[in-house]
Every structure is written in structure tokens, then in C-alpha cells.
Design a protein around this ligand. Structure first.
Ligand SMILES: [Zn+2]
Length: 251
């Protein structure tokens, strides 16, 4: 469960403007479904990279804010909460670069937002294929219960997805804009780049979605095996299949 008690007063790094921020005591990162690019469906926590915009127009990261006052009794009732950045403002953020870290946060958000069209096509395709699988199963397993069976309350045949049922998804065809964004992100977050990233899985995924499978594999091979959880193993499998599409999965 995500809980917070009161709010913390924070000052923006650009002009010192003050904001309130929920004083989280616990955070819940579970979601209905996860995607290999880091997007979460139905998450209680925001999907952003802690990128915020100040009333003065500047972009900044939550971690660069200065804590002024903390605790349930902090006097910040009149202060606005920090403002998340709408997807359509993200390109503005990486053309007026404050720092490599801010650019990375904006480009990661943009990467995921540009994948939303594919997500919609994927979900539609998957839903249709699963519906067809189910319809075929129902046709092959008709409810043949007699009056007597009903009287005895014998249950109807219950659908379970047959093993080996088709699992296909639409081709992933990133636009030149998507490719340029992913390419720039790779330059920024690689270990020798200006903003080496804490999450190497995202670097592996960025390489994979561009079709740079050899580099994607090398990134995974450079990681500690313990950091390769479900997501890492899925990305590894997709690299082996030379598959570029973002993929939905359950934890
Ligand atoms: Zn400011």
C-alpha cells in the first residue's frame, strides 16, 4: 500500500520556489501489468522519472530539490504540490537541457509515451487472439449437461487457456523520431556516457528495440546475475529471438 503522512516542504533548485511533497511512509510499485520498457499499467505510483517543472518554467528532478521542512507538522498547507510534466512538454525539456540527468529523465518519459501507440495495437491484437482461442475452445467443449446434470448442479465445462495456444503481436516499427530518441538515450546512459544509468536493464531494452541485439546482449552480460529478474530474463529471451517489440508481462 502507498501511504503518506503530511507533506515535506521542498525548494526548487532553479529559483528556490517552495513546494509541498507527500511524505511517503510506504510505496507500492505493484501494477496490473508491466512492459519491458518500464511502463506499468494500473500502477499506484507515477510512471514518471521524478521530472518536475517549476512555475518559473525550469525543469528539474525531485532529487535535486532541497528539503526545507519535514514531518507531519510542517507548515506547508498553502504550498502547491510539485508539477509533473505532461508528455507533450517533454521535447521542450530536452531541447533546453539543464543537465544530462534531466535530459535522460525527459527522454525516458518520451520513449515510453511514444510506445503508447504500439501498446494500444498490441493489447487490441492480443485481446482478439485470446478471444478467438476461447471461442475455439468453447466450440470444442460444448455444454452438454442434461436436465439431470443441472438438477445435480454439475458445473459447466470451464475454460482454461490451452497450452501452446497462438501468441502473436503486431510488428514494432518505430518512427524516425522514436529511433533518434532511443539512440540519444543510449549515448547518454551508457556506462561511459555523461549520465550513466542506474538501471542497465533499460539500456539493454533500448538497444533491443533499435535492433542492436549484440549490444543489448553485452549489456545484460555485464550485469550481476542477481539483477536479472523476470524482466531481465524476458529481455534476454527476446534478444535471442531477434525481436524488437516492447512486451507486456506479469510479475
Ligand atoms: Zn524555478
Amino acid at each position: 500500500m502507498t501511504r503518506s503522512i503530511g507533506a515535506i516542504t521542498l525548494a526548487a533548485p532553479c529559483c528556490g520556489a517552495r513546494y509541498a511533497y507527500p511524505n511517503y511512509t510506504s510505496m507500492n510499485f505493484t501494477a496490473w501489468a508491466y512492459w519491458t520498457d518500464g511502463w506499468r499499467d494500473g500502477s499506484l505510483m507515477p510512471n514518471d522519472e521524478s521530472l518536475r517543472r517549476c512555475t518559473c518554467g525550469q525543469f528539474y528532478l525531485l532529487m535535486d530539490m532541497q528539503t526545507i521542512e519535514k514531518g507531519a507538522a510542517a507548515d506547508n498547507e498553502d504550498l502547491p504540490f510539485t508539477m509533473t510534466v505532461p508528455d507533450e512538454q517533454l521535447p521542450e525539456c530536452f531541447t533546453t537541457t539543464v543537465s544530462a540527468q534531466v535530459e535522460v529523465a525527459a527522454r525516458l518519459g518520451y520513449w515510453r509515451s511514444l510506445n503508447h501507440d504500439y501498446r494500444r495495437a498490441y493489447v487490441e491484437h492480443r485481446d482478439a487472439e485470446e478471444a478467438a482461442t476461447r471461442a475455439a475452445w468453447i466450440a470444442n467443449n460444448p455444454d452438454r449437461r442434461t436436465w439431470w446434470d443441472h438438477l445435480l448442479r454439475r458445473p459447466a465445462p470451464r475454460y482454461s487457456r490451452p497450452e501452446g495456444s497462438p501468441f502473436t503481436y503486431p510488428p514494432y516499427e518505430p518512427t524516425p523520431e522514436q529511433l533518434a530518441n532511443m539512440e540519444r538515450l543510449c549515448e547518454l546512459v551508457q556506462p561511459s556516457g555523461p549520465a550513466p544509468h542506474r538501471n542497465m536493464l533499460e539500456l539493454a531494452e533500448l538497444c533491443r528495440e533499435q535492433g542492436r541485439f549484440g549490444e543489448a546482449r553485452a549489456v545484460l552480460q555485464s550485469m550481476e546475475p542477481k539483477d536479472l529478474d523476470i524482466t531481465g530474463r524476458l529481455i534476454a529471451r527476446l534478444i535471442e529471438e531477434k525481436e524488437r517489440a516492447p512486451m507486456r508481462y506479469q510479475m
